[in-house]
Design a protein around this ligand. Structure first.
Ligand code: LER
Ligand code: MN
Length: 277
């Protein structure tokens, strides 16, 4: 398992749970603390100088762990289940471009807020729409060796897909280019317990967002990190733990706190799991 963090590119709407300070300084410090990846939250995949972003990331020895898409929803209201087909088509166009960017390091593209809200639609209706949109992206995912990451979000942020069980229903009806993104903050609200949710998600876990119960960085709340890391190893997860938290008290402290809390735990289990394999 490796550490990553979410970095949000400039947006007019506010996304509070990511770092947005000067990128070179952030990448430099993250690399120093042992982070291996950075997850870019990109509002418009057509307007970003992606080559520059990629070069800068690699210059600091980091890799792109995932591309997150929530700000395309916050900024432009795009969703891949939108009742208006022209908006849905635009969201799919964005998704194809995100997939192309993610192919740089064969990572995943997040399907969080961009999956849309149910509102007055029946669950079956929005599920059908989501599954058909995801299937429209299948060829692109396979061609570019990228996967989609369905992220359950807590009930105060969305009315559609709040827990692992609901997300698994989508994975089952699509294919193995679709995986789960588990976010400890949301799991702490929606799951009976984090351990069982991780075990239930099992081999389907593609990426993990880490934040405390209060959405502060790991170590400043009550989530049992040893428990989280242990059970992720148990199900064979060896991907990124990506910090998506309020960058408080400062982005530097947030990175430091995360590294100090998680590096020793990851190292401890790595030894254990390397011996047993
Ligand atoms: C996105 O990854 C997330 O966790 C949401 O809570 C964003 O609002
Ligand atoms: Mn998240």
């Amino acid at each position: 398992m490796k550490l990553s963090f979410v970095y949000v590119l400039p947006v007019k709407t506010e996304f509070k749970y990511a770092i947005k300070d000067e990128l070179p300084e952030v990448l430099n410090l993250a690399a120093e603390f042992g982070f291996k990846g950075v997850e870019y939250n990109i509002p418009n995949p057509f307007e970003v100088d992606f080559e520059r972003l990629l070069r800068l990331t690699e210059d600091y020895g980091l890799r792109i762990s995932a591309i997150s898409t929530g700000s395309a929803y916050l900024e432009y209201g795009l969703t891949i289940t939108h009742p208006d087909f022209s908006i849905r088509e635009k969201a799919l166009k964005f998704m194809r471009k995100y997939i192309e960017h993610a192919s740089a390091h064969n990572s995943g593209v997040v399907v969080g807020l961009i999956r849309g809200r149910r509102n007055d639609r029946a669950v079956e209706e929005i599920a059908e729409s989501l599954i058909s949109s995801i299937k429209m992206l299948e060829d692109h995912c396979l061609n570019y060796n990228v996967f989609l990451l369905i992220e359950p979000l807590n009930r105060y942020e969305t009315d559609y897909i709040n827990n692992v069980e609901e997300a698994l229903r989508i994975v089952e009806q699509t294919g193995n280019y679709v995986k789960l993104l588990l976010d400890t903050f949301h799991m702490n609200i929606e799951e009976r317990n984090i351990r069982d949710a991780i075990l239930r998600a099992g081999r389907n876990i593609g990426h993990v967002h880490i934040a405390e119960n209060n959405r502060l960085p790991p170590g400043l709340g009550s989530i049992g990190w040893k428990n989280v890391v242990h059970h992720l190893y148990r199900v064979g997860f060896n991907g990124y733990l990506s910090l998506e938290a309020l960058p408080r008290p400062s982005f530097k402290e947030a990175l430091k706190q995360t590294a100090e809390t998680l590096n020793p735990i990851i190292k401890g289990f790595q030894v254990e799991y390397d011996h047993s394999s």
